[in-house]
Design a protein around this ligand. Structure first.
Ligand code: GDP
Ligand code: MN
Length: 398
């Protein structure tokens, strides 16, 4: 789960990470009020969307105008710029061409930027450790730095048994070219961010840019936090920060039914139990020349209700021209699945070809239920057969 920049800054601040003062605003009037309370002479008005690249982004209705992060010098300008941003669609490198409507702003005191640096933390699956990434190339996308100048990124893995130590933070501080009292401030900053990362079960904490101010202070000018969904149950306060307007409606619906759903660009909808089998199903669809429309894992205990919800979800994607159901009945019995598929197909008035491959417990009974349903369901004997059939059926229907 992602949260907004202002929320991330507020969480990080509680752990002792240095951030500029600021306040959230939902209207231009609120933005002016926040600015007045902060005091001048310089403010930054920042669009709050769950996507980066806001500074360089442009508003859809004014591509020649300014971006989603604006430095202004009067209360009046705060209000004027807020009005230009609120309820307008911002397009950035990360939003895709359709962009995102800005519903909230963050108004901050302006910072005197001397250097822009990068600090990130994530879980490195290879080492199984929280890894700190730092670079002198702040302000630009780290993916770009990693691609063009990988030598400019330093990585420090933290052993969970020892936690973060002085040598970790010194290594990062020196790699960032910090000196004097900045090394100590950076150490405190990095330790605080690390503590937040671990305590809050983060997947990513990214400060880009981390700045050094004219007076030598270290500050988080931007902040991104992403949380491990599987640990959210123990962070109710974090879960409350969820902004559903920023999330894909289909994925919200999927989460309600405990379905693991990721929309993709193809036209063959997939309903599978088990993530591994779902991946294999997507691969084999591609092998037979098709393109999967989604990844969908209905999980081990797929009930009739869940199968129906999954069907509706797949069909809510207008790109879907065929569906492949691939279920291995281990704990689940194939006859129960078949009944679920038949009921769901009736309920949603299925209008695209449906291929079903069942294997496992009570498979014969399951196939009999499908055959006797009177529905135009194509039964398949194995995974390859199923993939071939659905790709062919979609081609013929087109
Ligand atoms: P992003 O584009 O979505 O990553 O948004 P950021 O919060 O990183 O802001 C983009 C850029 O705006 C930063 O890299 C800074 O160069 C600039 N910026 C943000 N806040 C301030 C500020 O307080 N003062 C000045 N001068 N520039 C700022
Ligand atoms: Mn940024």
């Amino acid at each position: 789960m992602n949260i907004h920049e202002y929320q991330a800054k507020s969480l990080l601040k509680k752990y002792g990470v240095a951030v500029p003062r600021g306040g959230v605003a939902y209207t231009p009037q609120e933005a002016e009020t926040v600015a007045r309370e902060l005091g001048g002479p310089v403010w930054v008005v920042k669009s709050q969307i769950h996507a980066g690249g806001r500074g360089a982004g442009r508003f859809k209705d004014n591509p020649e105008g300014k971006g989603g992060v604006r430095v202004v010098k009067s209360i009046e300008e705060v209000g004027k710029n807020a009005a230009e941003m609120l309820n307008h669609v911002l397009v950035t490198k990360q939003t895709g061409a359709e962009g995102r409507e800005v519903k909230r702003l963050y108004v901050e005191e302006g910072a005197d930027i001397k250097r822009e640096l990068y600090l990130g933390m994530l879980i490195d699956r290879a080492t199984g450790r929280v890894t700190i990434m730092a670079s002198t190339e702040g302000g630009m996308e780290i993916e770009e730095v990693a691609h063009n100048t990988p030598e400019k990124i330093v990585k420090v893995a933290v052993d969970p048994a020892t936690g973060i130590q002085g040598y970790h933070t010194r290594k990062v501080a020196f790699a960032l070219g910090l000196e004097g009292k900045q090394v100590g401030s950076a150490a405190k900053f990095i330790q605080a961010a690390y503590q937040a990362f671990v305590d809050l079960d983060c997947a990513i904490v990214e400060i880009n840019p981390l700045i050094v101010t004219g007076s030598g202070d270290i500050l988080a000018l931007d902040a991104k936090m992403n949380f491990d969904d599987n640990a959210l149950f123990r962070h109710k306060d974090v879960e409350e920060l969820r902004d559903e307007a920023e999330e894909d409606p289909a994925e919200i619906e999927a989460a309600k039914h405990s379905l693991n759903y990721v929309k993709l660009d193809g036209n063959i909808g997939c309903m599978v139990n088990g993530a591994g089998l779902a991946m294999a199903t997507m691969d084999i669809i591609k092998l037979y020349g098709g393109e999967p429309a989604n990844f969908l894992d209905v999980g081990g205990g797929a009930t009739k209700e869940r199968v129906t919800a999954a069907f509706k979800l797949i069909l809510s994607d207008s790109n879907v021209e065929g569906i492949l159901v691939n279920i291995f009945g281990g704990i689940m019995r194939c006859d129960v699945i078949a009944e679920g598929v038949v009921a769901a197909a009736r309920e949603v008035h299925l209008h695209v070809p449906l291929v079903v491959r069942l294997e496992g417990t009570n498979v014969d009974l399951g196939k009999k239920i499908l055959a006797e349903s009177g529905l135009p369901i194509l039964s398949a004997d194995n995974l390859a057969d199923a993939a071939e059939k659905v790709v062919k059926a979609v081609k013929e229907a087109a």
